[in-house]
Design a protein around this ligand. Structure first.
Ligand SMILES: *[C@@H]1O[C@H](CO)[C@@H](O)[C@H](O)[C@H]1NC(C)=O
Ligand SMILES: *[C@@H]1O[C@H](CO)[C@@H](O)[C@H](O)[C@H]1NC(C)=O
Ligand SMILES: *[C@@H]1O[C@H](CO)[C@@H](O)[C@H](O)[C@H]1NC(C)=O
Ligand SMILES: *[C@@H]1O[C@H](CO)[C@@H](O)[C@H](O)[C@H]1NC(C)=O
Ligand SMILES: *[C@@H]1O[C@H](CO)[C@@H](O)[C@H](O)[C@H]1NC(C)=O
Ligand SMILES: [Zn+2]
Length: 325
C-alpha cells in the first residue's frame, strides 16, 4: 500500500516535470516553446516593446486596488521558473477600473522576471529600453470563479506590471522577500514570510502615479502563452539595490542550474494598439450632475476609493450580524 502510494507519487511528479519542460536556454528556450505549445505562436503575444511615440493617449476611469492595506500571511515558492508570492487567504485583494471598467479581478499571485546582469531582465521594453527586473501581479476575473476557468476567456486575467531600476540603497519594503530567497533555492521549496505582508509595500502606493500607465491586450509570457491578459504597465518605476536583484539569480531552475535569467524576448505588436492613460490633473467639481460630464472625465480622487470600501465594510458588518443570529 505504502509502496503503491509512493510509486503513484513518483509518477505524478514525473508527469509534472515532463509536462512542464520549458526553460530560457537552448532546446527548451523561448524560440522552441511554439513546438509544444502552439498558442505561443499567436498574434497577440507578450511581452512587447512599447514605443512611447506610438501609443494612444486616453483618460480612463481610475484604476482601483482594494485590500492592499491589510496584512496577510504570505509565502513564496520557487516553481523552477520564478519566485512566486501568494497570500494565505482567498478573494481579499481586488482590482477594477481603468481598462477593466466595473469588472472586478481577484488577486491570485505575483512573481518576478530578471536577467543575467542589471542591463536586462524586464519582459516588456519601453522605447527598446530593458530594465533589470519586472514584477507581475496576476488577477483573474471574479465572474469566472477561478484562475483555471479564467484562462479559458480572452478577458480572463488582468496583470499589473512593475518595472525596476537599480538604486544605491536597498529597498526595505522588499527585504521580507529578499531575506527568504536563500531558503527557497531548490525547486519546489516554499517559505512563509516572517510577518504578514501588506501588498501596498510592494506596489506603487501613490494614488496619482498609479493612474499613469500603458495598457494593451496580450498573453501569458510563459507557456502555454494563452492570449487572455489585459496588461497594465505602470510608468513609474520601483527601486531595488544591485544586491537585492542579484539575490534572485541564485535560485535553481527546473534543470538544476542557476536561474540567472527568466525573461521572454519581445513579440511583435501586429494589429494591436497600446493605450497610455494620462491621469487628470484638475479636480472635477463634485456637485455637477453625473450626466453633464463624459465618462473619460472621471477624476481619480479619493471618493472613488472610499465608496467600495464603505460598501465592503457594510457587507462585512452584515455578515457578522447574520453570523451572530
Ligand atoms: C500623449 O501624452 C504625452 C505625455 O503627456 C505627451 O507628451 C504626448 O505629446 C501626447 N501625445 C499625443 C499624440 O497627444
Ligand atoms: C495557511 O494558513 C493555515 C491556517 O492558519 C495553515 O494551516 C497553513 O499552513 C497556511 N499555509 C501556508 C502555506 O502558510
Ligand atoms: C527601437 O528599435 C527599433 C528596431 O531596432 C527601431 O526601429 C526603433 O526606432 C527603436 N525605437 C526607439 C524609440 O529608439
Ligand atoms: C476550459 O476549456 C476546456 C476546453 O476548451 C475545458 O476542457 C475545460 O474544462 C475548461 N476549464 C474550465 C475550468 O472550465
Ligand atoms: C482589448 O480587448 C477588448 C475585448 O476584445 C477590447 O474591448 C479592448 O478595446 C482591447 N483593448 C485594447 C487596448 O485594444
Ligand atoms: Zn510574468
Amino acid at each position: 500500500m505504502v509502496f503503491s502510494i509512493a510509486t503513484f507519487g513518483l509518477l505524478l511528479l514525473l508527469g509534472f516535470c515532463l509536462g512542464d519542460d520549458f526553460g530560457y536556454d537552448g532546446n527548451h528556450g523561448p524560440s522552441h516553446w511554439g513546438e509544444e505549445y502552439h498558442t505561443c505562436i499567436g498574434k497577440h503575444q507578450s511581452p512587447i516593446n512599447i514605443e512611447e511615440h506610438n501609443v494612444k493617449n486616453v483618460s480612463l476611469p481610475p484604476l482601483k486596488l482594494i485590500g492592499i492595506d491589510d496584512p496577510y500571511q504570505s509565502f513564496v515558492t520557487n516553481n523552477g521558473h520564478t519566485v512566486m508570492l501568494k497570500i494565505n487567504e482567498s478573494k481579499v485583494i481586488m482590482l477594477s477600473g481603468g481598462p477593466l471598467g466595473n469588472k472586478v479581478y481577484v488577486f491570485e499571485q505575483l512573481h518576478f522576471h530578471w536577467g543575467q546582469n542589471d542591463f536586462e531582465g524586464s519582459e516588456d521594453l519601453i522605447n527598446n529600453h530593458s530594465f533589470p527586473m519586472e514584477m507581475h501581479a496576476v488577477f483573474y476575473k471574479e465572474d469566472y470563479k477561478s484562475m483555471n476557468e479564467a484562462l479559458n476567456h480572452s478577458d480572463g486575467l488582468a496583470i499589473l506590471a512593475y518595472l525596476y531600476e537599480v538604486s544605491p540603497n536597498p529597498n526595505v519594503m522588499y527585504e521580507p522577500i529578499v531575506e527568504v530567497l536563500p531558503d527557497i533555492e531548490t525547486v519546489g521549496s516554499e517559505k512563509v514570510l516572517r510577518e504578514p505582508l501588506m501588498l501596498r509595500k510592494l506596489f506603487i502606493s501613490d494614488i496619482t502615479t498609479m493612474q499613469d500607465y500603458f495598457t494593451y491586450n496580450g498573453s501569458l509570457t510563459t507557456p502555454p502563452c494563452l492570449e487572455v491578459a489585459i496588461w497594465i504597465d505602470f510608468k513609474d518605476h520601483l527601486r531595488l539595490s544591485h544586491e537585492q536583484i542579484a539575490a534572485f539569480r541564485n535560485l535553481r531552475s527546473t534543470e538544476g542550474d542557476k536561474l540567472t535569467h527568466n525573461f521572454r524576448p519581445v513579440q511583435s505588436l501586429e494589429d494591436r494598439i497600446v493605450l497610455h492613460n494620462i491621469p487628470r490633473e484638475q479636480n472635477i467639481p463634485r456637485n455637477i450632475p453625473p450626466k453633464t460630464y463624459h465618462r473619460f472625465d472621471e477624476h481619480s480622487g479619493q471618493h472613488n476609493v472610499e465608496m467600495p470600501l464603505s460598501i465592503i465594510a457594510l457587507a462585512v458588518l452584515f455578515a457578522v450580524i447574520l453570523f451572530a443570529i
